[in-house]
Each structure stands twice: as C-alpha cells, then as structure tokens.
Design a protein around this ligand. Structure first.
Ligand code: S3P
Length: 173
C-alpha cells in the first residue's frame, strides 16, 4: 500500500504539509473533508449544522471504507476527528502508512481561529475546547499512527522533509 495518511488535531498542518508532500513525491493529494463536501454538495459546517456531528462521522467512515478500494498513490489528509472511531483506526492503518502530526496546544491555538469553518471549535472559550479535545483524542491518534512527527517550531518544508526521511527509513517508500 503506497498511501501516506496524515492525522492529527485541527491546525496540525495536515493539509498544507500533505499538499507539499504529494507534490514532492509525485503522488495524488486527497483531503477527506473536501471529498465529503464534494460528494454531499455541501460544506462541512453546513453538514454539521443541518444533520449534526454523528451524521458527519458516519460519512467519514463510509468514505474510508470506499477509499480502501479507490485510493492509491496518494497523500491523504484526514479530518481531525476521524481517528477517534475504532473502526476508522483499523481502516486508516489498512489504507497506508499513518503519520500523526503532533503540536502543542499553544501551537494549535496560534494556527486555528474560531472562524466558523471548523464546527468543533465554535462556541465559548476556544482554549478550553482545544485542550479538552486534544486530551480526549491523544490516545486515538497514537493508537492509529505508525509514525509521530512533531511540528512545533518547524515550517511545512521541514515537516515534509522529516516525513520523507522517516517513511523511507521504515517502509522504503
Ligand atoms: C474536525 C476537523 C475538521 C473537519 C471537521 C471536524 C474535528 O478537519 O473534519 O470540522 O472533529 O477535528 P481538519 O482537521 O482538517 O480541520
């Protein structure tokens, strides 16, 4: 399986690093949120507000099942909540080499804004929300990942370079 899958919290850099990595390695780039929004013909915030989070989570699992068949030679950036479901953890690992992009809470807060584009961060007290979600998800991310890479203090070129080195080392890809 030659996919590289980037997981991690919102603002960890999955999409920006993923696009760069795909370009450098001559792979396709897939963003699970973009695919869901295109298939549903609706933005992620609209799906959340119209149908709620559980419905969105079912769409994620459904997509992940189909990706086992239709996604190859790709860097895949995965929505921040996808690795929480146990079934998704298994499906993600079966799909390719899973890389957890880690970041400290302060780094995340510097990168995300409560701007309506991320429904999980809407509402009161962004810092508390981020802290709680990060704590709740940490084990899921670690369980799912083959590799963990720290992004604090590193730009996207440095993170992409470390991913290339590490994946070559562990998988020869
Ligand atoms: C979510 C993260 C988002 C998107 C949705 C829910 C989450 O993706 O899937 O808003 O639960 O962490 P990004 O991690 O790409 O922001």
């Amino acid at each position: 399986m030659d996919n590289l899958i980037l997981i991690g919290f919102m603002g960890a850099g999955k999409t920006t690093v993923g696009k760069l990595l795909a370009q450098e390695k001559g792979l396709h780039f897939v963003d699970t949120d973009d695919r869901i929004a295109a298939e549903q013909k609706q933005s992620i915030p609209d799906i959340f507000s119209e149908y709620g989070e559980p419905y969105f989570r079912d769409l994620e699992t459904d997509l992940l099942r189909r990706m086992q068949e239709d996604t190859r030679h790709s860097v895949i950036s995965v929505g921040g909540g996808m690795p929480v479901r146990e079934e998704n953890q298994r499906l993600l690992r079966a799909l390719g080499c899973v890389i957890y992009l880690t970041a400290e809470k302060e780094t995340i807060l510097g990168r995300v804004k409560s701007d309506g584009s991320r429904p999980m961060l809407n509402g009161e007290d962004l810092e508390q929300r981020v802290e709680r979600l990060m704590r709740e998800r940490e084990n899921s991310y670690r369980r799912t990942a083959h590799l963990c890479i720290r992004t604090d203090g590193r730009n996207i070129y440095q993170v992409a370079q470390i991913i290339r080195q590490e994946t070559r080392r562990i998988r020869g890809i």
